[in-house]
Design a protein around this ligand. Structure first.
Ligand SMILES: *[C@@H]1O[C@H](CO)[C@@H](O)[C@H](O)[C@H]1NC(C)=O
Ligand SMILES: *[C@@H]1O[C@H](CO)[C@@H](O)[C@H](O)[C@H]1NC(C)=O
Ligand SMILES: *[C@@H]1O[C@H](CO)[C@@H](O)[C@H](O)[C@H]1NC(C)=O
Ligand SMILES: *[C@@H]1O[C@H](CO)[C@@H](O)[C@H](O)[C@H]1NC(C)=O
Ligand SMILES: *[C@@H]1O[C@H](CO)[C@@H](O)[C@H](O)[C@H]1NC(C)=O
Ligand SMILES: *[C@@H]1O[C@H](CO)[C@@H](O)[C@H](O)[C@H]1NC(C)=O
Ligand SMILES: *[C@@H]1O[C@H](CO)[C@@H](O)[C@H](O)[C@H]1NC(C)=O
Ligand SMILES: [Cu+2]
Length: 598
């Protein structure tokens, strides 16, 4: 068991055989990741929080001390009201769990908007010996080199960042009747970035052709921050909602003030053949196009699970997604410095950032977090050739973008013949009444009510669906279909996240769902379904809707009894109520250890 000793290497960790103990202390204070000072959350004084390195099969204990006294929002890593009470200021909460799975994850706050205040950090769980790896499909002669690269995998956290705290944003939205959360100030790579204001010419050039006519019709244009102007919401929502944009400070939508900030540098060891990165999105709002100039990405794991490897130039990374990629260190043209490009694909704002991928004589590539003071590296011009433009769109027809439906688990996971679901749930998703109130299933979910309640996990639920549309009840060891229906038009993609286990993505489509069950719909519209080797993820994105409704169908096996949140990973949608509770396996309900009950 000695080998385990080297794995909980984080400074925060004290390790003994087969056990990892991490201590995370949360504080709230001034920080300036993009060069602008605002109050934010630090974990052990860092932003993003420290990397937690764990060995699969370890017992992990994470002790979270909430030293945030300045705000009145309690913080918690779990979901307050579901699996625990919120962690009050000055309190400690211990999470103890068994690392059954390998792969890339991140820990983050679930208490209202605190992910937007920086409460997150990466986790990597090293696979145990004997787990089959798909590396021979990448480079059959270099499997050992790929294994070595995987053993040194480093996280690359992509985030969007606002200069308003999550509390201020929520207050702004209530005061203005407008989802002001859509407008960010910067994008960050491992907590580093800068406010990079686009020229008016660039804003005009890259304005999405779908929205341009609507803007022109209203005699409007995207703001200097590249955002939808508030008046556009009034047009999109009709007169169903009253918007008072004068209740917002002009910096929220309009004024862009550039900062120096700092730029993340990934050092690629010059004498190695391969490098591995866990690309993780901790974004509150944006979906990113991610690429490294002149370097393709071999995707070998998705959401912490191996896949049949796919070679692409650009990743589309939705909130909560994790992509583990290999990069072949060919140093094209001996340029040494290459741009890492991150661009938002969200319709509501044009915003991007860059980081640096540089060949170095150092042997090990490292993960760094933002402690400050900040280096002024943003001015270094990038001479490498990008795959995408500033709006994240491919510059050449030869550029390959990851097709999410093409990632199939390795080895195959979906049983054949396809299992039949014991239950099918239809969830009507979208906004309700105004631009910042959301529902995953017709009824907005109230976080405040939940935070003050006795956690659902502590009281064995009944079989009745007591809460109308916001609770789903299942039996252990059955299969369940969730069908998300997006009836409202002009909906963004919703990256839905299921806690507790992964699900198979069976199909997506535009138009009404073509049946009463997946079997019926798949018979009617076979081209919209994959019932043979569907991708296997803990996040799944509903198709955006323009002038027609859309749908997404997923299937999962109930094998992990407990109270799990199913929610949109866009933080403002979650805050606005886009969630339901799934009580999985109520017939095998877990007993909660006395330690957690008080
Ligand atoms: C909204 O109200 C304005 C002003 O009262 C009116 O001109 C416009 O036609 C209304 N729009 C809709 C969609 O009802
Ligand atoms: C809009 O907000 C401003 C600033 O908070 C306030 O003075 C004004 O009364 C509001 N208007 C409406 C119609 O609520
Ligand atoms: C950063 O570099 C730019 C360009 O070289 C320079 O104009 C700016 O003053 C520098 N900022 C700081 C804070 O050193
Ligand atoms: C695309 O690839 C083909 C074949 O390699 C090449 O001939 C062509 O010039 C490329 N096109 C662009 C726009 O790069
Ligand atoms: C979205 O659709 C639902 C169901 O059809 C409807 O109740 C709701 O009011 C719609 N929301 C908006 C903002 O139109
Ligand atoms: C559940 O959703 C339906 C619409 O799908 C709605 O008519 C009903 O009022 C909702 N029930 C509750 C308890 O909110
Ligand atoms: C729930 O079902 C799974 C199989 O799907 C089984 O492995 C597990 O042990 C069951 N859990 C309990 C608590 O019975
Ligand atoms: Cu959403």
């Amino acid at each position: 068991m000695l080998s385990l000793l080297t794995l909980c290497l984080s400074l925060a960790a004290v390790t003994f055989a087969g056990q990892c103990h991490f201590k995370l202390e949360l504080t709230f204070g001034p920080g300036f990741p993009d060069g602008y000072e605002r109050n934010q959350i630090f974990i052990n004084g860092q932003y993003p929080g420290p990397l937690l390195e764990i060995q699969q099969d370890d017992w992990v204990e994470i002790e979270v001390l909430n030293s945030i006294h300045q705000t009145n929002t309690p913080w918690a890593d779990g979901v307050p009201g579901l699996t625990q009470r919120p962690i009050q200021p000055g309190e400690t909460f211990k999470y103890r769990w068994h690392a059954d799975q390998y792969g890339s994850y991140f820990y983050h706050a679930h208490s209202r908007g605190q992910i937007d205040d920086g409460a997150y950090g990466p986790i990597t769980i090293k696979p145990k010996a004997g787990i089959a790896k798909p590396f021979d499909k990448i480079a059959p002669a270099e499997v050992d080199l790929l294994k070595e690269a995987e053993a040194n995998v480093a996280p690359l956290l992509l985030s969007d960042w606002r200069h308003r705290t999550s509390e201020e944003t929520w207050t702004d939205q209530l005061a203005s009747g407008l989802e002001s959360a859509i407008c960010m100030d910067s994008l960050l790579v491992n907590g580093k970035g800068a406010v990079d204001c686009w020229s008016r010419e660039e804003i005009t050039q890259f304005t999405n052709p779908g929205i341009a006519p609507v803007l022109t019709q209203g005699n409007l244009e995207l703001t200097d921050k590249g955002c939808f102007p508030p008046a556009l919401f009034q047009i999109l929502l009709g007169n169903s909602s009253t918007i008072n944009s004068s209740a917002l400070p002009p910096s929220v939508f309009e004024i862009c003030t550039p900062t120096q900030g700092s730029r993340e540098t990934i050092k690629a060891p010059r004498d190695r053949k391969w490098l591995a990165l866990d690309v993780i999105s901790s974004a509150g709002i944006d979906t990113f196009a991610f690429s490294i100039d002149e370097h393709s990405l071999w995707v070998y794991a998705v959401d912490g699970h191996y896949v049949e490897p796919v070679k692409v130039d650009v990743l589309t990374v939705a909130n909560g997604d994790r992509y583990s990629v290999f990069i072949e260190l060919t140093n094209p043209g001996n340029k040494n410095n290459f741009g890492i490009r991150v661009a938002s694909l969200a319709l509501a704002q044009l915003i991007d950032t860059t980081a640096l991928f540089t060949y170095s004589s150092e042997d090990k590539q490292s993960y760094s977090t933002n402690h400050g003071p900040y280096t002024n590296t943003t001015s270094l011009a990038l001479a490498s050739t990008p795959y995408t433009n500033r709006a994240g769109l491919p510059l050449s027809p030869n550029t390959t973008v990851l097709d999410h439906a093409s990632t199939t688990p390795f080895p195959p996971q979906f049983p054949q013949p396809a299992p039949s679901p014991a239950q099918t749930f239809f969830l009507t998703s979208g906004n309700v009444g105004n631009s910042y109130t959301w529902a995953l299933n017709a009824t907005p979910f109230s976080h405040m009510a939940l935070e003050n309640a006795v956690p659902l996990l502590y009281s064995p639920p009944t079989l009745e669906n007591g809460d109308g549309n916001i609770t789903i009840v299942t039996q252990n060891n059955t299969w369940v279909d969730l069908i998300f229906l997006i009836p409202n038009l002009s909906q963004p993609p919703h990256p839905i996240h299921k806690h507790g286990n992964r699900a198979f993505i069976l199909g997506t489509g535009v138009g009404p769902f073509p049946g009463h069950t997946v079997a019926e719909a798949a018979a009617a519209q076979p081209e919209s379904f994959n019932l043979v080797n569907p991708s296997y993820r803990d996040g799944f994105v509903t198709p955006p809707s323009e002038d027609k409704p859309t749908w997404l169908a997923v299937r999962y096996k109930v094998e992990n009894p407990g109270a799990w949140l199913l929610h949109c990973h866009i933080q403002s949608h979650l805050n606005g109520g886009m969630a339901v509770v799934i009580l999985d396996g109520v017939d095998e309900w877990p007993e909660v250890h006395a330690q957690y009950q008080n």
